[in-house]
Ligand binder design. Structure first.
Ligand SMILES: [Mg+2]
Length: 187
């Protein structure tokens, strides 16, 4: 049996939910209708999220990792992804670790990618998209930080993100790429 050379194998793209792919509020937004409602939350898709997810599912293996509870997150995953059997995994708060911030004097959740390594993923071929960089402090070189979504209908982040990810999808080691200023190439 032929095995694909590593550079042709799909990379893993780990997607955050809240303020990355959508926004959920307890008070409805005045300027648009919610796309979905559950458990008292009004859920708003980020513009172009359907196109983005279509691109992402063709191009990458997809996992979802949110620091929200499963009770809150799973209906949103179903809404965005439909049949989520296409997903490599859906991980929620219980897969996160707690870290203490001396600056904020409180605990916060992080998403340690060593848990992915333990599952057999090569972290040189794992990309994360998240609006919260502090959740990836333990994940050197994996994060593509996206601007926090506020519900605006004029937001074009996912279009820019798609173009950027398409440009790096075949890079052998994504950790070696400087990604902090990825957005500067787009406006
Ligand atoms: Mg988020």
């Amino acid at each position: 049996m032929m095995t694909e050379p590593p550079e042709l194998r799909k990379k893993l793209l780990v997607l955050d939910l809240d303020e990355t792919l959508m926004l959920a509020t307890e008070t409805p937004l005045s300027f648009r209708q919610p796309d979905f409602q559950h458990s008292g939350f009004f859920v708003y898709e980020r513009p172009l999220v359907r196109d983005f997810l279509h691109f992402a599912q063709i191009t990458f293996e997809i996992g979802v990792w949110t620091s929200s509870t499963a009770l809150y997150a799973l209906p949103i995953v179903d809404f965005l992804f439909g049949n989520s059997r296409e997903l490599a995994f859906v991980w929620c708060r219980e897969r996160c670790s707690l870290k203490y911030s001396h600056e904020m004097m409180e605990h916060y959740y992080i998403k340690p990618f060593r848990k992915l390594k333990r599952k057999g993923y090569n972290l040189e071929t794992v990309l994360a998209v998240d609006d919260s960089p502090h959740k990836h402090v333990a994940n050197y070189g994996n994060l593509v930080r996206i601007r926090e979504y506020d519900g605006s209908l004029a937001d074009r982040e996912l279009l820019f993100l798609q173009q950027y990810l398409a440009s790096i999808k075949d890079v052998a080691n994504v950790r070696a790429l400087e990604k902090r200023w990825w957005r500067d190439g787009f406006s």
